[in-house]
Design a protein around this ligand. Structure first.
Ligand SMILES: Cc1cc2nc3c(=O)[nH]c(=O)nc-3n(C[C@H](O)[C@H](O)[C@H](O)COP(=O)(O)OP(=O)(O)OC[C@H]3O[C@@H](n4cnc5c(N)ncnc54)[C@H](O)[C@@H]3O)c2cc1C
Length: 505
């Protein structure tokens, strides 16, 4: 199906997949080089139908305000805030780019994709309370986390999260709360970006187009595309290709025979939520409340009780319950994992598999959870929860990156990885964490890697700074700069302005 302009089979840029990553890269390129032609091909019948859809992810604007796995406790008992600072600064870059797009009427209104919502952490038990106190103290030394509140007073915590305290037995509890947290509808944002892109005569966007193969010939990538409806086959020739196919990126990277992609493997993890269907309960919660992951659980299964805004309506989700799967995409095939095993990655896959047997067992056990066991997990966060108020929903899938390792053969990683050709002609995005929230930083890094000369040119540098005023500067070490950009983004995106509160106070 053609969306607007005719199919351009000789574009300057080919984007594979219509999720948030391709949308972000496409929009950045359109701002930097308006004359470049872009073709976007998507296997499914619409944009943002896999991980980027609102119901398939948690919609947390990851800023490390509430995610306890971003601040591990070191062996000496101190808290490592390095990852938290990096993620918080990355999300500030996303907010700046989105503010630029809102001001240029590319996305409007901001409430179509972003809502303020307090980001809270909640723990129980002496040891965890002590951890949270130390975490709060370590984080609030950095201006990125100024305004974060800590409490171990059950009455105060009840005001922040009444459902969490409803029916809870006495015992030590603690929570933190950051009012600058956000819920982001990445699906809405993605669709909005593509709607805007496809209006440009240099962009052609096509759904139901499955990329089946890709090869480099005579200095260009030749990409085979099959129309899922008509069966028509096309070859798209482009000097730059981005594989932004989410879970489908690894199989395409392996097919491309790119030397830099050799040895990579994938470990898929499925996800499920409990979705609240009782309006009265939904209205009683106004926060994203993150806890600690179970021992042996992967970081993406950190439980959270989340207020969401989807299609203009407030919702309440609990989860995710991560599970074992062999599919790489929600609408993928059960053969995906087996088909991804190649001579080049078998050692890494077996090594990572062998060293992660307890994780695999955990994920298989999670798939087998009974409805009562799922509600028991919810009751740890909402003790008065009733089974009849919740229904099971299927979330998106994530393919965790497996990389070669000298000692173990292969290691499993939980972050994202941009794999790019040495000549900059191709890049693929693997992995899914922290994910959509950091799409802007990831794509800025990709542009620098793939277009080094352009990226250091005066023209691109000036445009980067116009779109993202903190570009090239450190938000983690420059408090005045942070104040300036937060005042701007909070004003444009209708978020609380903590900077103003701090000054006034
Ligand atoms: C359960 C869960 C919770 C999450 N929570 C959060 C969160 O709270 N905050 C956050 O920031 N991130 C979160 N994420 C991560 C976030 O959803 C992803 O990082 C992000 O959506 C990935 O975007 P993408 O564009 O790479 O992939 P996708 O949105 O999956 O898009 C890839 C597209 O490529 C298409 N495709 C695949 N193969 C082909 C092919 N061969 N040819 C053509 N098209 C193809 C697919 O159909 C799909 O539309 C979560 C993810 C999951 C699964």
């Amino acid at each position: 199906m053609n969306e607007g302009n005719a199919f351009n089979t000789e574009p300057d840029v080919l984007l594979i997949g219509a999720g948030i990553m391709s949308a972000t890269l496409g929009m950045l390129i359109k701002q930097l080089e308006p004359s470049w032609t872009i073709t976007i091909v998507e296997k499914l019948d619409g944009a943002a139908t896999e991980s980027s859809d609102a119901w398939n992810n948690a919609g947390t604007g990851h800023s490390a305000f509430c995610e306890l796995n971003y601040t591990p406790e070191k062996q000496d008992g101190t808290i490592d805030t390095t990852k938290a600072v990096k993620i918080a600064a990355s999300f500030e870059e996303s907010k700046q780019f989105w503010s630029y797009l809102v001001e240029h009427n590319i996305i409007n209104p901001p409430s179509s994709f972003i809502h303020p919502i307090p980001h809270c952490s909640f723990v129980w038990g002496e040891k965890n309370v002590d951890f949270l106190r130390k975490r709060h103290s370590a984080l609030t030394k950095c201006h990125l986390f100024k305004g974060m509140q800590f409490s171990d007073d059950p009455q105060e915590i009840e005001k922040w999260m009444p459902l969490v305290m409803d029916g809870r037995e006495n015992g030590p509890v603690a929570a933190t709360k950051m009012d600058l947290g956000t819920d982001v509808n990445f699906g809405s944002l993605t669709r909005c970006l593509f709607d805007c892109l496809k209006k440009d005569k240099t962009v052609s966007l096509h759904f139901n187009q499955d990329v089946t193969d890709l090869r480099k010939r005579a200095g260009k990538w030749e990409v085979k595309v099959k129309d899922e409806i008509s069966g028509e086959k096309r070859t798209v020739r482009s000097s730059f290709v981005f594989i932004g196919a989410g879970g489908g990126s690894l199989p395409l990277l392996l097919k491309s025979d790119l030397p830099e992609g050799k040895g990579f493997g994938g470990f898929p993890v499925s996800g499920q939520w409990l979705r609240c269907i009782n309006e009265e309960v939904i209205q009683q919660h106004h926060a994203k409340v993150y806890g600690l992951a179970d021992v042996g659980a992967p970081p993406m299964s950190v439980p959270h009780l989340d207020t969401r805004w989807i299609k203009g309506k407030q919702e309440l989700l609990f989860g995710p319950y991560a599970g074992f799967t062999t599919k790489f995409l929600k609408k993928g095939s059960i053969l995906d994992l087996f088909k991804s095993i190649k001579f080049s990655n078998i050692k890494a896959m077996l090594g990572a598999g062998y060293h992660n047997l307890p994780l695999t067992k955990y994920l298989i056990d999670q798939v087998r959870l009974t409805p009562d066991a799922r509600v028991d997990a919810l009751k740890a966060y909402y003790p008065a929860a009733r089974k009849e108020d919740w229904e099971l929903a299927i979330a998106g899938y994530r393919v965790q990156v497996i990389k070669k390792d000298e000692e173990e053969g292969g290691v499993l990683e939980f972050g994202t990885e941009v794999v790019s050709a040495a000549d900059g002609s191709m890049a693929a995005l693997l992995g899914a964490s922290p994910g959509a929230s950091t799409a802007v930083s990831i794509m800025l890094g990709l542009l620098k890697k793939c277009f080094p000369q352009k990226a250091s040119s005066d023209a691109w540098q000036a445009k980067f700074s116009e779109m993202i005023p903190s570009y090239g500067l450190s938000l983690g070490s420059d408090a005045d700069l942070l104040k300036k950009v937060r005042t701007w983004t909070s004003g444009v995106l209708d978020l609380p302005n903590l900077e103003q509160t701090a000054t006034a106070g």
